[in-house]
Design a binder for this molecule. Structure first.
Ligand SMILES: CC(C)(COP(=O)(O)OP(=O)(O)OC[C@H]1O[C@@H](n2cnc3c(N)ncnc32)[C@H](O)[C@@H]1OP(=O)(O)O)[C@@H](O)C(=O)NCCC(=O)NCCS
Length: 172
């Protein structure tokens, strides 16, 4: 597996990889209007703009893109994972977990002041268990504002453990 930075040629892959689960997986939790609003929220060009505003990564396996995820700082000590999407053909094989582990390591190496990681989900019944398994805890309701519609979301939070950082301090 290889994780690399987003390039503009990835935009259509990201659009399809996010649209597919909205269409195929989220219908038990979202109305058809909410699904349409969710899919329409980001067109391929929006991903290109997004990559200028946040950290944006593509995960490849055997030279094929199979997942993408983004990381954004929302205040001095808090980072958010705005998007993490896996190709539906690759679900359940540890790719999501690999993405979250990469996010945490990346933050520990690049944003040492960040102490907590949050994710907002509009489909907590579908994917809440995934985040809880990864050590996140539900911390309250929030709102996800798509251009066509605002949706209720659940915020999950994980305190980041800085033990992995090499501080240079000697242990006795
Ligand atoms: C949610 C999603 C990212 C999970 O990715 P994945 O690659 O299927 O998950 P993994 O295989 O890495 O699973 C990691 C662990 O979480 C568990 N898990 C995965 N999905 C779960 C779920 N819905 N409920 C409970 N546990 C779950 C797995 O059993 C695994 O446990 P283990 O470490 O004991 O083996 C993926 O289903 C996805 O892309 N869904 C569509 C888009 C989406 O929901 N994105 C998030 C938008 S907020």
């Amino acid at each position: 597996m290889n994780i690399r930075k987003f390039i503009p040629e990835d935009a259509v892959f990201c659009f399809k990889t996010r649209a597919n689960p909205f269409i195929q997986k989220f219908s038990s939790e979202l109305s058809s209007q909410a699904i349409a609003a969710g899919v329409n929220a980001y067109m391929p060009d929006d991903y290109i703009r997004m990559a200028e505003e946040m950290e944006f990564f593509i995960l490849e396996k055997n030279e094929k893109s199979i997942a993408f995820f983004t990381i954004k700082k929302i205040n001095k000590t808090t980072a958010e994972i705005p998007l993490v999407y896996i190709d539906l053909d690759c679900l359940g094989s540890g790719i999501g977990k690999t993405c979250l582990q990469y996010v945490e390591k990346w933050i520990l190496s690049n944003w040492r002041e960040v102490k907590e990681l949050v994710v907002d989900t509009i489909i907590p019944e579908y994917n809440g268990g995934f985040y809880i398994k990864a050590g996140f805890v539900p911390t309250g309701e929030t709102t996800c504002n798509f251009p066509d519609m605002s949706l209720k979301a659940l915020r999950l939070t994980k305190k980041l453990n800085a033990d992995g950082i090499v501080t240079g301090k000697m242990t006795k």
